[in-house]
Design a protein around this ligand. Structure first.
Ligand code: FRU
Length: 493
């Protein structure tokens, strides 16, 4: 039996999605079926397919009562829309079905674990908010909420834990068959804490430990945590609210944090070894990972930033897209991320140059908005160039500029000429490894976004752009002289 709210959402998306032509969407990135999308949820491999759900408000281009949208894929690049999976139709989630995750159960059912939110306005104008964890079982298309939801409530919080900020469970199965989940919370000092709960059946959960705490150091509330093993290390990914700038590593506002370390079995605590941003661009939040059947740790994030959520003037039919699926590794204590190799299977029309460039240059065949391009920039005859810049998605008026200063090792992405009508941050800089003027940049363009992978994934920068698709030129601009090797492919979807 599906509820009225869910039926309404399914009817609405069916009726309205057809008004969005496929070329008005990204070609290989996930975008919302209709309306609005934020965080990826329930990223899992189930019945021979990747499933990804997302925070979804079908009825508008703004955040609203949260449903879960749903897409599936066999290769992480061709995605298919499935009907809306869950709607805020229960008494314990009627303000929204917030973020969560998914796992396959031993009986073959697909389990979703999510945050149910209740918000009531009180007579004095303040709000009574409660966040609880809930589950739903399904077959990969239809999901039934568990009759005794919620499965985790205020009574399961550690001392000082807040029921107002208690959300985004990420579930996994342990080697012994039992289950665990990590949940974001706020403790007595007002800042974030990551709670671990354990269960044998996904229904009866008990509090285990506070894995790590923010201590008011990296933002405040830590949202959407993920926790996994990677290349012999333990890794926590989380998305802090209210961050403050710290050099080129962290920017203000909603940011992302990757903690690399180990687990201390005696203290039941995470032991930090290294801390870094996950993505250094403008639009990246709330990543979630899945383990692929061949053992790769794969991450997808919401390619947007809460402070820059302004639907563009030019494309008001939908709002919200995800990053490309990225394979994660740890190398020299740092997170490495690269687009999944599946993307190489849709490469076509290779164009290759190995040129000396000085000043402004265009290269025949180097253009496009749905492309995969690798640049290897090296100094010429040992003389360092002063600056390397490339303008992509370039037309008469608009362009998005990526530039690299080999003296300071600062890489910047600037979308202030990319169609935005808002007085918000449009440029982000990051410090990359100093390799004496050598830098490798892989750029993925997909109609409304640019993602940059630096030096084989040592850093990534993501940004959305909403400019006309006819602005598809690429212009190189070198101050001084540099050797530029370019390998470019169209991506044929
Ligand atoms: C992060 C977030 C989550 C929450 C969801 C609500 O972007 O705030 O913490 O579950 O969005 O849509």
């Amino acid at each position: 039996m599906i509820s009225e709210k869910l039926k309404k959402a399914r009817d609405y998306e069916q009726a309205n999605a057809k008004n969005i032509n496929s070329d008005e969407r990204p070609a290989y990135h996930i975008s919302t079926y209709v309306g609005w999308m934020n965080d990826p949820n329930g990223f899992s491999y189930y019945k021979n397919k990747y499933h990804l759900f997302y925070q979804y408000h079908p009825y508008g281009l703004n955040w609203g009562p949260m449903h879960w949208g749903h897409v599936t894929s066999e290769d992480l690049i061709h995605w298919e829309y499935l009907p809306c999976a869950i709607a805020p139709d229960a008494e314990y989630d009627d303000f929204g079905c917030f973020s969560g995750s998914a796992v396959e159960m031993p009986d073959g059912k697909h389990l979703l674990m999510y945050t149910g939110v209740i918000e009531k306005e009180l007579e004095n104008g303040s709000k009574d908010v409660k966040q609880v964890q809930c589950i739903a079982f399904g077959d990969g298309t239809n999901y039934e909420k568990y009759e005794n939801n919620p499965v985790l409530t205020a009574k399961d919080l550690p001392e000082g834990g807040s029921v107002i900020d208690f959300r985004d469970p990420k579930i996994w199965q342990e080697q012994d068959g039992s289950y665990a989940c990590i949940v974001g919370n706020r403790v007595d000092d007002g800042s974030g804490a990551l709670l671990i709960y354990r269960s044998d059946d996904c229904i009866n959960w008990h509090f285990d430990t506070i894995l790590d705490k923010c201590n008011n150091e990296y933002g405040r509330m830590w949202e959407c945590p993920d926790y996994f093993e990677l290349d012999g290390k333990k890794v926590i990914l989380t998305s802090p609210q209210d961050m403050q700038k710290d050099g080129y590593e962290f920017h203000n506002g909603n940011g992302t944090l990757c903690l690399i370390g180990s687990y201390d079995e005696n203290l039941k605590k995470f032991k930090r070894e290294n801390i870094q941003s996950i993505d250094y661009g403008l639009d990246f939040y709330a990543p979630q990972t899945v383990l692929s059947p061949d053992g790769r740790r794969i991450m997808i994030a919401w390619m947007q930033n809460w402070d820059a959520c302004h639907p563009p003037m030019t494309n008001p039919k939908w709002f919200g897209q995800m990053t490309v699926a990225r394979e994660l590794n740890i190398k020299n204590g740092r997170l490495i991320q690269n687009p999944v190799s599946e993307i190489e299977s849709v490469r076509t029309n290779k164009v290759y140059y190995n040129n000396v460039i000085s000043g402004q240059t265009k290269l025949d065949g180097i253009c496009g908005r749905v492309i995969d391009m690798i640049l290897n920039i090296t100094p010429c005859k040992d003389k360092l160039y002063d600056n390397f810049a490339i303008k992509v998605a370039s037309g008469h008026k608009f362009f998005t500029e990526i530039s690299y200063n080999p003296i300071t090792s600062i890489l910047s992405i600037d979308r202030s000429n990319s169609g935005s009508c808002r007085d918000i941050v449009h440029e982000r800089k990051c410090k990359v490894a100093d390799k004496n003027g050598e830098i490798k940049l892989r750029m993925l363009l997909d109609r409304f976004s640019v993602e940059i992978f630096v030096n084989d994934g040592e850093q990534a920068l993501s940004t959305t752009i909403y400019t006309p698709q006819t602005d598809n030129n690429i212009v190189f601009d070198v101050i001084g002289t540099a050797n530029v090797e370019v390998e470019k492919y169209d991506l044929n979807m």
